[in-house]
Design a protein around this ligand. Structure first.
Ligand SMILES: [Zn+2]
Length: 210
């Protein structure tokens, strides 16, 4: 009888211990599962935050890229190139004394030494606006560069382009000459900037940087 009682209590005690142990393990599992769920939720939120930040960075990068692209386009259009292979100035922009009349006169461009074989190049991307004989300028080419800038090439012998042609910086557009009001072979080169509807002629030397 005593042995039976011992057996009975011993087994109940064992069951209770196992039950408590299983309960403890279930609780631990629940806690760990909850922690893991919270971690995944935090990770998802962080990932979304980083993705949004990355999207902002990419958008910002694209904006900068577009601005750079526009600047490059503007730089290409400006008359910053050289109109001849070799530049030697024979007469500067501004006031100068006429050797024949001995009177001071305004010279709206820069004269470069050239002969009848020298190729004249477009100094920036643009559209040919003038390609014909123009009294004192002789055979003349004018390129419209956009952004309000134009360049003029005067006293030419030959044209390689006609009105409406698109040219890029460095494209051959004609041959230097001695046409119009000119005393000897040279290239008369002008840079004009349109400001509020007026053509303002500037010193071309300041633009030749390429
Ligand atoms: Zn001149």
């Amino acid at each position: 009888m005593l042995n039976k009682l011992k057996y009975y209590y011993c087994h109940n005690y064992l069951y209770a211990t196992v039950f408590v142990l299983l309960g403890y393990m279930a609780f631990q599992y629940h806690c760990q599962h909850q922690n893991l769920t919270n971690s995944i939720k935090t990770y998802d939120e962080s990932l979304k935050l980083y993705q949004n930040k990355l999207d902002e960075v990419i958008e910002h990068h694209n904006e900068i890229f577009n601005v750079c692209d526009s600047l490059i386009h503007i730089m290409d259009s400006l008359p910053l190139g050289s109109p001849l292979d070799t530049l030697v100035i024979s007469s500067n922009f501004g006031s100068r004394k006429n050797k024949l009349t001995q009177k001071w006169e305004y010279h709206p461009g820069t004269d470069f030494i050239a002969d009848w074989r020298d190729t004249v190049y477009a100094t920036g991307h643009g559209i040919i606006e003038v390609s014909h004989y123009n009294s004192g300028y002789g055979r003349t080419i004018v390129i419209g560069h956009g952004s309000g800038y134009k360049s003029r090439y005067a006293h030419l012998t030959r044209y390689f382009v006609k009105k409406g042609d698109a040219v890029k910086r460095g494209d051959p557009i004609g041959i230097a000459g001695n046409t119009g009001n000119s005393r000897g072979y040279h290239l008369h080169y002008e840079v004009m900037r349109t400001n509020q509807g007026f053509n303002r002629i500037t010193d071309p030397k300041n633009y030749i940087i390429l």
